[in-house]
Design a protein around this ligand. Structure first.
Ligand code: TRP
Ligand code: SF4
Length: 327
């Protein structure tokens, strides 16, 4: 039986961190054996919010791509590509823009949220409003049947479904209506206990050195109620303990749980232990990363062949689309 095709993308906002690893990336990795996977870097989408400062985008594309390869997304199993290398996305975006009713976009909850949140940016642009139309083009271009995304992106996939239906209704059944495949969000927080995010300056990056990881772990906020070494702590509210759950063996986790509650272990020692396990867990990622960094030619080849594969499909889809739209 043919594998189902899925597609997902990330904006190249910077190097990837543990939140990305335990959210999207772990999910993508798991799916690469069971699905025909297309993963791409949505660099045009980065322009919707960062059109005023674009100088970092190119470098970020490379960093994200290296991160993908380092964590074990396999170029043999998935097609990895960059959005802006496929000009067909722009053409399909234009055609979809013609048939997308404005109220669908104005109603989009993420639109209003982002405008309210990113007050330092002028987002009253046509491009930002049309963000989900470009996303719809990305998805249906490859006739994806499923789109693995976090809950924040679910409204965009919902809009994609409506746009695909509307296209099919107007011009004939060309596109499958894709399903949302919800990714479980990562439970780990940043070192300040807020959501881990590059823009909060609280992230541990996959590309961090062991020394940087040690420093960051040492700064992590623990159980805020545990003011003194002699106070008992509550591991359930401690982010360091959540990390232990991911990186330490079950006996250690059980031991820390009881020693923290009875104040037999202090946070300094507890963090040190966790940092060691985390550094160890990222060893293979670091190793792969340095292998790829030493072979820029190989990285370029992998990207070129992913782009090539994506382009062939995009071209075929656009031939069908032009024929159907008669324009
Ligand atoms: N909007 C997504 C994000 O910010 C990125 C993205 C662009 C995407 N096009 C996509 C995700 C298509 C899934 C499918 O994370
Ligand atoms: Fe958190 Fe460990 Fe300190 Fe307990 S001992 S509060 S689990 S860092």
């Amino acid at each position: 039986m043919a594998k189902k095709r899925i597609l997902s993308g990330m904006r190249p906002t910077g190097p990837l961190h543990l939140g990305n690893l335990h959210g999207a990336l772990a999910n993508w990795k798991r799916m690469q054996d069971d699905y025909e996977c297309f993963f791409f870097i949505a660099d045009w989408h980065a322009l919707t919010t960062d059109y005023e400062s674009t100088q970092a985008i190119k470098g970020n594309i490379y960093q994200v791509f290296l991160d993908w390869l380092s964590v074990g997304l396999s170029p043999e199993k998935c097609t990895l590509f960059v959005q802006s290398y496929q000009k067909e996305h722009a053409e399909l975006f234009l055609l979809l823009a013609m048939i997308t009713p404005l109220p669908w976009l104005e109603r989009n909850p993420t639109y209003k949220e982002q405008i309210a949140q990113l007050k330092n940016k002028d987002l009253s642009t046509f491009g930002f409003l049309g963000y989900p139309v470009l996303q719809a083009a990305d998805i249906i271009m490859y006739k994806a049947e499923g789109v693995p995304v976090g809950i924040d992106q679910a409204p965009h996939v919902e809009l994609t479904r409506e746009i695909a239906r509307r296209f099919n209704y107007l011009y004939g059944e060309i596109f499958p209506v894709p399903e949302t495949i919800l990714t479980e969000t990562s439970k780990i927080l940043g070192i300040d206990r807020r959501k881990m995010s590059k823009s909060y300056n609280n992230a541990i990056f996959l590309s961090d050195t062991p020394e940087a990881i040690q420093d960051k772990v040492a700064q992590m906020i623990t159980d805020p109620q545990r003011a003194r070494r002699g106070d008992p702590g509550d591991p359930q509210v401690c982010n360091v303990f959540t990390f232990h759950g991911l990186y330490s063996d079950p006996e250690t986790v059980t031991r820390i749980d009881s020693e923290c509650r009875s104040a037999r272990i202090g946070c300094v020692a507890c963090k040190k232990l966790m940092a060691e396990r985390l550094i160890e867990a990222l060893d293979p990622v670091r190793k792969k990363r340095s292998e790829y960094e030493a072979r820029p030619d190989l990285v370029a080849d992998i990207l070129a062949s992913g782009n090539q594969k994506a382009r062939e499909i995009a071209r075929r889809t656009m031939e069908e689309v032009r024929e159907a739209v008669k324009a």
